[in-house]
Design a protein around this ligand. Sequence first.
Ligand code: IPE
Ligand code: IPE
Ligand code: MG
Length: 243
Amino acid sequence: MTKTNTPAHVAIIMDGNGRWAQSRGLPRIRGHQKGVERVEEVIQAAPDFGIRYLTLYAFSKENWQRPREEVSFLMDLLARYLDQKLDEMKRNNVIFNTIGHTADLPGPVREKILRNVQETRTNTGLVVTFAFSYSARAEITDACRKIAGRVKAGTLREEDITEQTVADSLYTAGLPDPDLLIRTSGEMRISNFLLWQISYAELYVTDKLWPDFTREEFSRALESYQQRERRFGRTDAAPHAAS
Ligand code: IPE
Ligand code: IPE
Ligand code: MG
């Protein structure tokens, strides 16, 4: 992979853990365990590939509807991950960030999230944003409420609402839009992820299941991105990153 035209921001829908396990006759949770190793791998690879922002869909608001045992396993896994990876994130200059309704998460997990955010906030390297209890529609609805509240309070005039006002009211305020959206395990859908932000993202869907998404697979996705011609509605090719 060359270092020209690399995406500044890559978002990933990490799908296929359950199928990976089931195809081996294992319980679904073993797929989630294996998936954590790949999370680690992409976080380590991203800076080598010239990526500045990595946004990972870890748990959707809809995922609460899964069997109670699977949800509670995922929450335990998350708690352990947050404990185990803090030192490494600090060492690797990673800024840990989250989007979503983290208030829905169990108290101890929320505390660990806050701690990891606090303890990595002065880092200057890769910004890793985990989506937990995330729903893009909920995010947009929350943004509408925020904006309506400002109008009602008299601090914002209706005619001054711009696309930037909306962007700044989303959970992702301050992050550039993703240049590349990767989905593993072959599903051709967005599953309520970053609906506003991916307007002009390049899409890459691989049949590889998330526990098989190695550094090499990641590099393949980036090579595909580098061969794309981004136009943003124009007739000529535009520079690769949106901004
Ligand atoms: C993605 O893998 C992880 C989460 C959604 C938490 P899945 O658990 O959705 O795996 P499949 O899609 O059922 O194979
Ligand atoms: C999307 O995967 C959510 C995450 C990867 C966390 P799902 O497995 O929940 O999506 P659907 O149900 O296939 O659309
Ligand atoms: Mg799935």
